[in-house]
Design a protein around this ligand. Structure first.
Ligand code: MN
Length: 335
């Protein structure tokens, strides 16, 4: 970490800064950067409040030389993280598709959709039981009963399953859930993330709609630093001025996350787009951009779905999408 000082810096202000830095127990040494005086910081910089450092009049610029997200950093851990659930490998270079309804609605619904998406090539089944909805009057999910139905579909198809947690108190219900999803609204629910850091179950963490990539990786860091190294990142669109889609899928986040981190990177075109007609095209684009997988909402009767019907594709559309995804992932593997 280098702090470049202003040429006309007041020596008293520089001393005050050095004193403050000493309070954080960091080693400070003077350096010369192309004729400009600078301070080089070494040691544990986690406690340093860089906003405060920047507020000193003598400071010109601060150049960070390391990643603030230590365990998520590819620089610190170059080897890619491969997560195995129920015989499915995530992050090993293969492309995995998570598919299923937004909400588990009945045994017939979840088992029927599970069988059809599996046949088309999906490797993991999704189904929401605890639903964080924008309106308190919207369908809130079947909760424990929904998880039971999802477990039944898992038993019948052999597919590992993923479902969203909204509160740590419901963790006991997730015993037979293979991957716990933390939704976009909970990306910065730090107490929930800390608790998930103490278990071993894989966690798929979605990016918040108004969060930067660095904030996203720092949220992953909450889970990783607690000891749980099985984290999957999922880009799901950010809020922009565009109204043609629910959110704007940040496709650039995919290769950037792959570059910055060793964690598997997924994308969720359903929640990003909010409209089923363009979900297949965007899912294919995510595959081309180098994602390790996508999560897609599929419903046998989207018009009558309990939630997110407008963005759910039919099993037939899913099957067509999978043909194109297979072709694109083949290109990714061969070139
Ligand atoms: Mn949904």
């Amino acid at each position: 970490m280098i702090i470049l000082l202003r040429n006309e810096a007041d020596p008293k202000n520089v001393s005050a800064l050095k004193e403050r830095l000493a309070g954080w127990n960091v080693k400070v040494s003077s350096a010369d950067v192309f004729g400009t005086e600078a301070l080089k910081l070494e040691g544990d910089l986690d406690k340093v409040d860089f906003s405060l450092v920047k507020s000193f009049d003598c400071v010109s610029t601060i150049t960070k030389t390391g990643d603030p997200f230590k365990f998520a950093s590819r620089r610190n851990y170059p080897e890619k993280t491969v997560i195995e659930v129920g015989g499915v490998k995530i992050g090993d270079g293969s492309f995995n598709v998570i598919a299923g309804p937004c909400s588990v609605e009945s045994d017939e619904q979840i088992c029927g959709i599970a069988a059809s998406v599996k046949e088309s090539g999906a490797t993991i089944l999704r189904g929401g039981a605890f639903k964080p909805r924008t309106s308190p009057y919207a369908f809130q999910g079947l909760k424990a009963r929904g998880i039971e139905m999802l477990s039944e579909a898992k038993k019948r198809t052999g597919m590992p399953v993923i479902s969203e947690i909204v509160d740590i108190s419901s963790l006991p219900y997730f015993e037979h859930v293979d991957i716990i999803q933390v939704g976009a609204r909970n990306m910065q629910n730090f107490e929930l993330l800390k608790e998930l850091g103490h278990i071993n179950k894989p966690v798929l963490l979605k990016r918040g709609p108004a969060n930067t990539i660095e904030e996203f990786l720092l949220s992953a860091e909450y889970i990783l630093s607690g000891g749980n190294r099985n984290v999957i990142l999922c880009e799901r669109g950010v809020r922009t001025f565009e109204s043609m889609t629910r959110n704007t899928l940040d496709i650039a986040a995919i290769p950037i996350l792959k570059k910055l981190s060793h964690l598997p990177v997924f994308a969720d075109p359903s929640h990003a787009c909010g409209r089923s007609d363009i979900v297949p095209a965007i899912a294919i684009a995510c595959c081309a951009a180098g994602a390790d997988g996508v999560m897609v909402e599929v419903h046998n009767d989207p018009v009558n779905a309990f939630s997110d019907g407008a963005q759910s594709i039919t099993p037939a559309a899913f099957s067509e999408m999978m043909k194109k995804i297979r072709a694109v992932s083949k290109i990714n593997e061969t070139v």
